[in-house]
Design a protein around this ligand. Structure first.
Ligand code: PEP
Length: 263
């Protein structure tokens, strides 16, 4: 039986004092239960602050990205052993915002080349995370153009194959996959519940082929893309949706607590 998992991706938001205030409010709103798992992925600078506040709870802290080498001349980057050292349990990889698939979102064109993650670098990051016992949250998903061209399933299958190349089922057993249609991230557009459920079932079948049956049955598959308190319940009720990866709504304690309660 897979435990539901709700992960907040704070992106480049909240200073340490804002992060503390948000977590303190959240902890007042949530009944402690070990029946579901909750994690927050704040900026690198607030990982320890959030981790300290979670100390006496079952909530976990994670990171939003990682570099695959352990140390060296890689200016601006952070490695898996460094994330482990500050208490990270999870780490997001392959988010559409780091894959450079921004499409027409409202960001300066000049920042696109900076975020140039590929399936190959995602694969290297996952291997490094697994080696350091951090659970990867592997994001995959199609752009609007790919969906309209009927390529959704093949795009996702290729992303999964590339990201998990050379990795055994037993190694990724406790890993997480997040289905995040690029066109639904931060846009307020949620994927139709039945379609999100269908894609997540397709992902689980692909994981049987790429890894093995036992790993595919235990990997949590999350849906992400404008999840809110009002739609979380029906999304999380789909048989192959094991929770959510939540961006915007995780920044407001009241909104995030409603999503956690839906799980
Ligand atoms: C995300 O960033 O992973 C995400 C799903 O964002 P939002 O919930 O804001 O669409």
């Amino acid at each position: 039986m897979r435990k539901k998992l709700v992960v907040g991706n704070w992106k480049m938001n909240l200073t340490r004092s804002e992060a503390s205030a948000t977590i303190e409010s959240l902890l007042l709103m949530i009944e402690p239960t070990t029946e579901i798992e909750v994690a927050i992925c704040p900026t690198y600078l607030t990982i320890e602050t959030v981790g300290q506040l979670f100390k006496r709870t079952h909530f976990k802290v994670g990171a939003q990205d990682v570099f695959w080498m352990n140390s060296g001349a890689f200016t601006g980057n952070v490695s898996a052993p460094m994330l482990k050292d500050v208490g990270c349990h999870f780490c997001i990889v392959g988010h559409s915002e780091t894959r450079g698939r921004f499409g027409k979102l409202d960001i300066p064109e000049s920042t696109i080349p900076y975020f140039s993650e590929t399936d190959e670098t995602v694969n290297l990051k996952i291997k490094s995370l697994l080696y350091h016992s951090i659970h990867p949250i592997l994001c995959c998903g199609e752009t609007l153009a790919e969906r309209e061209a009927g390529q959704t399933d093949e795009v996702i299958q290729a992303q999964l194959k590339g990201a998990l190349s050379g990795i055994e089922g037993a190694e990724f057993h406790d890993g997480v996959v997040a289905y995040e249609p690029v066109w639904a991230i931060g846009t307020g557009k949620t994927c139709d519940t039945a379609e999100a459920g269908r894609v997540c079932t397709m992902i689980r079948k692909a994981l049987v082929e790429i890894l093995d049956e036992s790993a595919a049955a235990s990997i949590r598959i999350l849906y992400g893309g404008s999840v809110k308190g009002s739609n979380a319940g029906e999304l999380f009720a789909q048989p192959d949706i094991d929770g959510g990866l939540v961006g915007g709504a995780s920044l407001v304690a009241e909104d995030f607590s409603k999503i956690i309660q839906s799980a």
